[in-house]
Design a protein around this ligand. Structure first.
Ligand code: 5AD
Ligand code: SF4
Length: 464
């Protein structure tokens, strides 16, 4: 008998990947994904702990779900198994069990391969099953093969966890130590994805460019080498990877940007701040100029590389002068797109006990100023494409009839009127209009005329 499974996912792409894998683990038990929680036999909240109010959001969602669970029981329609997974479960598992005893399972990101046992336990007994271990075995060795086709674009987790211990960040505590999956396992998963119709793979990891492993040739591989090998897979047209740390940008990975045509010209490379004092307090282990030099080298390898990043404003002790350095760095680099956040104190992290926490209004004002600058850069970047033609991999139908959606190599979302048979194909689209977050275009046939319009600002003279 099939049972209905609803998974709600918060947070990063790794969580999206994990949710899909949880569904794979549960499929042999008869669970099939559904689009809404009401009436479901199992509801999993796959949570994120990286920024504020994560736990509150989970508790308010649990309040709603509890009513659905009760309704289902009253209607004698079986039991709704309620689960909290992900990083909030890892960080606050015991509190969840104490505050919401109607939750049946609470488990962290490293244990979901044991879901069948947890479900069996939860079905037998009242009370919550809590599993926030960091087991010695790797879940990747024990997960079933992913279920068939994942879509035109797919995520593939190659690395997980983090040993960097930035002083603001919970990831080293919730995801655990850095771990790289073996190359053979990754290549096999990639081949299965491509055989199932996937044309673009995004390699995932909290510190994806720290990936390393022994290749089938017996040599030690880094991410650049892995990407070269993936590029040999027939039918895999595009490769991306996220998220990277500046310290792990190896020469071979930079060269791969120059040499591997399938590797897309877009890089998410968080810097967090532009002041060396703040970068040191964040334990980033690089300076602002290290980052500038790195981006120069990347652009020397791949002149049309579109840069993306993450920024935190209002880190404890950040002065106006420090913040001005962040704006300066953004101006120097020229981002195609970026994420910016107000510093949020996370329990258990070193920065949370700093005495010099900043007032909310200061954080708010800095965030607003930074966003204005980043938005202006993004709009300028997108406007530079109007009138040009870009290769778009269509991966979804649009909201409007007859419209398809896809991405340019530079990660811009592009929509155009197009026949559904173009789904999964890379098609030349002439850009007619640019908005902050997307491009609108017309499918063209004929020659590829993409020229990169964006002139990155000149950075360090010394490194030119
Ligand atoms: N406060 C604000 N932003 C944070 N991030 C991580 N931890 C915090 C925090 N405590 C941001 C960083 C990171 C991104 C995923 O989330 O910019 O790169
Ligand atoms: Fe967090 Fe820093 Fe690790 Fe990124 S590198 S996951 S910000 S600790």
């Amino acid at each position: 008998m099939t049972k209905k499974l609803f998974i709600k996912t918060w947070g990063c792409q790794m969580n999206v990947y994990d949710s899909a894998r949880m569904a794979d683990v549960l499929a042999p038990l008869g669970y099939q994904p559904v689009d809404e929680p009401d009436g479901a036999d199992m509801v999993i909240l796959n949570t994120c702990h990286i920024r504020e109010k994560a736990a509150e959001k989970v508790f308010s969602e649990l309040g709603r779900l509890r009513q659905m669970k009760d309704r289902k029981a009253e209607a004698e329609d079986g039991r709704m198994i309620l689960a909290v997974a992900g990083c909030v479960a890892q960080a606050e598992g015991e509190e969840i069990v104490a505050r919401a005893p109607f939750v049946d399972m609470v488990f962290g990101p490293q244990t979901y391969h044991t879901l069948p046992e947890m479900v069996a336990k939860a079905s037998r007994a009242a009370g919550s099953v809590l599993n926030t271990d960091f087991p010695a075995e790797s879940k990747f060795d024990l997960l079933p093969e992913e279920s068939g086709a994942q879509g035109v674009t797919a995520f593939l987790a190659v690395q997980e966890g983090c040993d960097k211990f930035c002083t603001f960040c919970v990831v080293p505590y919730t995801r655990g130590a850095e771990f790289s999956r073996p190359a053979g396992q990754i290549l096999a998963e990639a081949k299965r994805l491509v055989a199932g119709g996937t044309r673009e793979i995004t390699l995932l990891g909290q510190n994806v460019n720290a990936w390393h492993g022994d290749g089938p040739d017996g040599k030690s591989w880094g991410l650049g080498r892995l990407i070269r090998e993936l590029a040999e897979i027939d039918g895999l047209e595009r490769i991306r990877y996220t998220t990277s740390h500046p310290r792990d940008m190896a020469d071979d990975l930079i060269r791969a940007h120059a040499e591997v045509p399938q590797l897309m010209p877009y890089l998410h490379l968080p810097v967090q701040a532009g002041s060396d004092r703040i970068l040191a307090a964040m334990n980033r282990k690089h300076s602002a100029d290290d980052y500038r030099r790195l981006v120069d080298r990347l652009r020397a390898a791949k002149p049309d590389l579109a840069m993306s990043g993450d920024f935190i404003v209002g880190f404890p002790g950040e002065s106006d002068a420090d913040f001005a350095q962040t704006l300066k760095l953004v101006t120097d680099i020229g981002y195609a797109q970026a994420y910016s956040f107000k510093y949020s104190s996370r329990p258990g992290t070193p920065a949370s006990v700093e005495g010099s926490q900043l007032p909310e209004e200061v954080k708010e004002a800095r965030l607003e100023a930074l966003r204005q600058l980043l938005d202006a850069q993004q709009i300028a970047f997108n406007h530079g494409f109007v009138g040009r033609s870009v290769p778009v991999l269509f991966d979804r139908v649009g909201r409007r009839d007859g419209q398809l959606l896809g991405r340019s190599p530079w990660m811009q979302s592009v929509h155009a009127e197009a026949n559904e048979r173009l789904l999964g194909r890379i098609v030349e689209v002439r850009v007619d209009a640019a908005r902050a977050n997307s491009l609108a275009g017309t499918v063209v046939t004929g020659e590829h005329t993409t020229a990169f319009p964006f002139q990155p600002a000149v950075t360090l003279e010394a490194s030119a």
